[in-house]
Design a protein around this ligand. Structure first.
Ligand code: UDX
Length: 429
């Protein structure tokens, strides 16, 4: 099927590439000519495992191409997927100007029936507003349908999530676009859930909020474990075996971050408020998340007493492993918190250094964890990269001024670290 994607960010690029991989004929559009030029030249603007291969393969096979013209995208795609940014406004609500602009542009370019599919994460009732906008700006009265089709891909395994989804949600206002949406997703072999359009939009915010809620629940439990000398890992393992609960997203740490959870939870609170509902549960989820980082910094301060002048090695800057994304990363917040107390930071991240350099000032960026550990009064593990589990910690101990280790992601074995001579502190155990 001929498909177009408007916006080549994480969501748009991965979606377009995976559609092509499943045999569809895809045009990806972006209004940034430099990005389009990069993609046309074989470059990939983001780090996402597996993406480069898929893009290269499908461009070569003629199933995937890039354009900076929405008109070209609208001409090409029977279904036009909108995957443009919906960033947060300062008050937590969602900035809708890019979605609205694309709706107008699509309206202006449409000459025959099109299905306009919203993939961006948007407030409930956006689809209806997009439909009104297209109707208003398409003077020729061309027929169209608006569909909501939220994405559920995690950075770092976005390709895998997109190729093997748990479910596909399709929100519609009429049955007309349903067969085409079934054709788009037929090759993905996943349950297709057809809902009304408002429900589809809510499913996205409800899913991400629930996952964040699980993390905050584990983090709140970790505080209780610390006060009661219990072990959070054992507690959540025991809880997670209950199939009704599940073990996933119950890892305590220094909190959730990234471009989705913080933004989506703020947005959902703001959306609820606009609808006259006070979503206090989610406000508490946010509060616990912020507290978790403060509690961790307090732990570091209590151990080192005065932080001023201390050299701290930070392992991990990305908001989670297998990505170079440092947006709303708890690791970055942690560095800022430590810098406010005049520590000297030596940092290392397997992928996130380049992007971290744009945000962090006065940090010594190191080529590997061993270099970062040199002369450190303490190490803080802030992102759960696999690489950090298998380092030579005996060697690292020898490089440090003092063998003090704060494990913000419970990645290492407390008994082993203590046996090596470290003062080792983690979360909730
Ligand atoms: C999330 C959703 O999972 C995905 O479905 C949605 O479409 C986009 O938002 P992503 O932001 O890529 O994906 O990251 P995710 O893997 O969900 O992790 C989010 C944050 O939670 C990370 O900072 C991670 O370290 C943290 N986390 C995750 C925990 O602290 N504990 C856990 O148990 C799981």
């Amino acid at each position: 099927m001929k498909l177009s994607i408007i916006g080549t960010g994480y969501v748009g690029l991965v979606t377009g590439a995976c559609f092509a991989e499943k045999g569809h004929d895809v045009t990806c559009v972006d209004n940034d000519p430099a990005k389009v030029a990069l993609l046309r030249g074989g470059g990939i603007p983001i780090y996402e495992p597996g993406l480069e291969d898929i893009i290269r393969r499908n461009v070569a096979a003629g199933r995937l191409r890039f354009s900076d013209s929405i008109a070209e995208g609208v001409r090409h795609g029977q279904a036009v997927f909108v995957a443009v940014p919906t960033p947060p406004r300062p008050d937590g609500s969602v900035e809708m100007r890019f979605v609205e602009k694309v709706a107008r542009d699509i309206a202006g370019a449409m000459t025959e029936y099109r299905i306009v599919v919203d993939k961006s994460t948007v407030p409930v009732k956006t689809g209806l507003k997009v439909a009104d906008t297209i109707k208003r700006y398409n003077k020729a009265g061309v027929e169209f349908d608006v569909v909501s089709n939220p994405e559920f891909m995690r950075e770092g395994c976005a390709v895998q999530d997109q190729m093997n989804p748990d479910r596909i949600v399709v929100g519609v206002t009429s049955q007309r676009p349903v067969p085409a949406m079934k054709e788009v997703y037929g090759p993905f072999n996943a349950p297709l859930i057809i809902t009304d359009i408002n429900s589809a939009e809510l499913i996205k915010h409800a899913s991400n909020s629930f996952l964040a809620l699980k993390i905050s629940y584990a983090n709140a439990l970790s505080a209780i474990c610390e006060c009661s000398h219990a072990n959070i890992e054992q507690v959540v393992d025991g809880v997670g075996f209950d199939k009704r609960i599940g073990r996933a997203f119950l890892n305590a740490g220094i909190g959730y971050g990234g471009s989705c959870f913080p933004k989506d939870i703020s947005a959902f609170i703001a959306i609820a408020e606009e609808l006259g509902c006070d979503f206090r549960l989610l406000k508490e989820v946010q509060r616990i998340n912020a507290d978790q980082l403060h509690r961790f910094v307090k732990k570091i301060r209590e151990t080192l007493w005065v932080l001023n002048d201390k050299v701290i090695a930070v392992f991990g800057l990305a908001f989670k492993p297998n990505t170079d994304d440092v947006r709303s990363s708890p690791a970055i917040d942690l560095v800022h918190a430590l810098q406010r107390e005049d520590t000297a930071i030596r940092a290392y991240d397997p992928q996130g250094m380049e992007k971290a350099r744009e945000i962090l000032k006065n940090v010594t960026f190191c080529g590997d964890p061993y270099e970062a550990a040199k002369g450190a009064d303490a190490i803080v593990l802030a992102t759960e990269w696999d690489e950090f589990k298998s380092l030579d910690y005996a060697r690292i101990k020898g490089l440090m001024t003092h063998p003090i280790f704060f494990d913000g992601r419970n990645q290492l074995d407390p008994a082993k670290m203590t046996a090596l001579g470290y003062t080792y502190k983690s979360i909730g155990r």
